[in-house]
Design a binder for this molecule. Structure first.
Ligand SMILES: Cc1ncc(COP(=O)(O)O)c(C=O)c1O
Length: 380
């Protein structure tokens, strides 16, 4: 029996050719010709006025925190059901993350609980569109406007996701993308900062280039470049951009395969999910999702442990996801305590993600579906 892995980065055909071209033609440092082409693709695909490739989504989040000038005494509202980078970006600047629990349906920040968490120190709402299913953006943007807060979208999962027909990552002043190899499109490690408020553009270019105006120098707008501000090295080599360009050009193929896989899981598992007390993903009608994650919520932690073991016996790797950040060692040092975010605490124990990736074959997916339904019947 052949093992079925949880994920494998998509390879669509032209990656090696473009990387070879980048090496042959140069320059291969950041902001070369392939990076520029990726920027144009990302701006066209999303409608964001400005894309800047970064070395990771983590770094795009750190850039966002620098752009907001977050500092000690500031507070940022975040969900505890996310990857550590979302929150680290805030903590690295000495600001305090204020955890607001998630909704039980979409697993996104509970917009009805945000206002109670706002204080005179709150600067921003940093949200995550889990699995690329949108947060309730109308409500969140209205709250932000009412309280003068900046919205940052951690859109690591959500390239191609939509809310009421509009692309995710175009609502907040800033949004971040990930091209880590677990994401729908990837270059191994990579990301992007999407800037929807033009006031941030010039400073973002400076922060990304070690605090210098080298980007303006390359464009011929200044005759030498100099140290202007704080910053670091957040731009990837053009070799990585060449790889990513091949993926952007093939996004239709990648996305349509992922949607076919996602829909097949849903259709095959839905008929028996209720009887097994399993909850499948919920995508509200006004949201378009990018088929990034196919998850299930098992009835209990024990049921999840049994399911993962049963799949492992069939050489199928399924995995859980985030652990509640407020209960991590660092989260507890920041004051997190059990019972603070009950939905997150419950969901983290019960969530399972099934293999979903471009190269997953129909036969292998059928094996996963059979193994899941067999495990459910054995548990009934
Ligand atoms: C919600 C979220 N934000 C940020 C990241 C970090 O992305 P990267 O690995 O590109 O830094 C991840 C990683 O999976 C994530 O899930």
């Amino acid at each position: 029996m052949k093992p079925i892995r949880f994920n494998r980065a998509a390879v669509t055909g032209r990656e090696a050719e473009y990387v070879t071209r980048a090496i042959a033609e140069g320059p291969i440092h950041g902001d070369g010709p392939f990076t520029k082409a990726c920027h144009e693709w990302l701006e066209r695909l999303t409608g964001s006025p400005k894309a800047l490739l970064t070395t990771s989504c983590t770094h795009a989040l750190e850039m966002s925190a620098l752009l907001l000038d977050l500092r000690e005494g500031d507070e940022v509202i975040v969900p505890p059901f996310t990857f550590v980078s979302t929150v680290n970006a805030v903590v690295l600047r000495g600001a305090r993350p204020v955890f607001v629990d998630i909704r039980p349906d979409t697993l996104n920040i509970d917009e009805s609980a945000i206002e109670a968490a706002i204080t005179s120190r709150t600067r921003a709402i940093l949200l995550v569109h889990y699995a690329g299913v949108a947060c309730e953006m109308d409500r969140i943007m209205a709250i932000a406007e009412r309280h003068g807060l900046t919205v940052i979208e951690d859109n690591a999962h959500g390239l191609f996701g939509t809310y009421k027909g509009r692309q995710l990552g175009t609502f907040g002043a800033l949004a971040t993308l990930s091209f880590h190899d677990t994401k729908n499109l990837s270059c191994g490690e990579g990301g992007a900062l999407m800037i929807n408020d033009e006031r941030y553009v010039e400073r973002a270019e400076i922060i990304r280039e070690k605090g210098t105006n080298r980007t303006r120098f390359y464009r011929g707008q200044v005759d030498k470049y100099t140290w202007c501000d704080v910053g670091s090295s957040y731009l990837p080599s053009d070799i990585l951009a060449a790889y990513l360009l091949a993926q952007l050009e093939s996004h239709d193929r990648i996305q349509s395969r992922r949607h076919a896989l996602w829909n097949r899981y849903y259709e095959a598992l839905a008929p028996s999910a209720d009887a097994a007390s399993v909850r499948l993903p919920i995508v509200p009608e006004h949201c378009g999702h990018p088929a990034h994650i196919f998850y299930m919520l098992m009835p209990t932690l024990e049921a999840r442990t049994r399911l993962l073991a049963a799949l492992r016996e069939q050489l199928i790797l399924a995995v859980f996801h985030y652990q509640p950040l407020h209960l991590s060692d660092m989260g507890q040092r920041l004051g997190g305590r059990e019972g603070q975010c009950p939905v997150t605490e419950d969901v983290c124990d019960r969530l399972v993600r099934l293999p979903i990736f471009y190269q997953l074959t129909d036969d292998d997916q059928a094996r996963v579906i059979d193994a899941v339904t067999a495990a459910w019947s054995a548990q009934a």
